[in-house]
Design a protein around this ligand. Structure first.
Ligand code: PLP
Length: 290
């Protein structure tokens, strides 16, 4: 389903009936577009799918990442998701929050879609995995009873469904997340990271944007702040420089020019500062070699 086509090379065949609309990426609105028109522009992209690909009443679900992962750590704007929910309700479409990457305290809430509550929006289904069991392989679908029970008994299953070891790991992980308020810790970490990143952005012309929710923070590298031209080469050089100095960071973004901050929520403040120091030095070294 991913729109990241690099993953599709040499794979396939792929299922039919999946259509993609533009995700609201406010940093890269079309040139000259005033910000107050942006939400409408991205909603039009969803409506264009109904006109050009499949009528709304034939669509089963709209799948949204509350904070895009691979796409570059872009949070879904609250005014946009409110309208998406409206479109879903008007057309009998399910709203699915893909929280495989953003779920389980990463964004400062147990689920990033909990931020939608301020607009009275709830997803019908949440897809989860990754942090659910702290590294033990497990994924889960969360849905309201009427959705979950609409599936005929025995039609969803698999070799590893309900794996006892993975479920035990997950239950313990969730217990610790709640006991140690790792959602709160994610907010604290995020604040520290954004403070440091903001100072870096003031100093270095190659940092175009900083965004995120809680401890999931994206930093976007550009040739310069005015042109906003993505700088994937510099991003790759920063990642390599970090790795050479003992810090693993991961790239993301449609243009390969974003670095994700996605660190363990159990890290200490000292570990965080050491990591941020290595990161800043890597930017300086990579810029000097540019
Ligand atoms: C947001 C998101 N959804 C789905 C997936 C795929 O999950 P899985 O490997 O469990 O199929 C990923 C993997 O990185 C992801 O980041």
């Amino acid at each position: 389903m991913t729109s990241k086509k690099a993953y599709a090379i040499g794979m396939g065949p792929f299922p039919d009936g999946i259509f993609r609309a533009q995700f609201p990426y406010y940093y890269r609105n079309p040139a000259g577009m005033p910000q107050e028109k942006a939400c409408e522009y991205y909603l039009d992209s969803v409506k264009a799918v109904f006109e050009q690909c499949a009528p709304a009443n034939t669509i089963a679900a709209i799948v949204v990442e509350p904070l895009q992962g691979e796409g570059g750590f872009i949070p879904a704007p609250i005014e946009w998701i409110k309208e998406i929910r409206k479109i879903c309700d008007e057309n009998g479409i399910m709203l699915i929050a893909d929280e495989v990457q953003s779920g389980f305290c990463r964004t400062g809430r147990m689920f990033a879609s909990q931020y939608w509550q301020e607009a009275d929006v709830e997803p019908d289904i949440i897809a989860t995995a990754k942090s659910i069991a702290a590294g033990v392989p497990l994924s889960a679908i969360i849905a309201r009873d009427e959705v979950a029970e609409a599936v005929a008994t025995g039609t969803i299953g698999g070799t590893y469904g309900g794996n006892a070891l993975a479920c035990a790991a997950s239950l313990k992980t969730i217990e610790i997340m709640e006991r140690d308020d790792l959602a709160g810790r994610s907010l604290e970490i995020g604040k520290k990271v954004v403070t440091r990143y903001t100072k870096m952005m003031e100093k270095y012309d190659c940092i175009g944007d900083i965004r995120g929710l809680g401890g999931m923070v994206g930093i976007e590298f550009v040739k310069d702040k005015v042109s906003k031209e993505p700088d994937a080469a510099l991003t790759g050089a920063i990642i390599s420089e970090c790795v050479n100095n003992g810090l693993m960071v991961e790239g993301a973004g449609t243009y390969g020019n974003v670095i994700r901050f996605l660190a363990p929520l159990v890290m200490t403040d000292e570990q965080l500062e050491v990591g941020l120091d290595i990161f800043e030095k890597a930017i300086v070294v990579a810029m000097a070699k540019r």
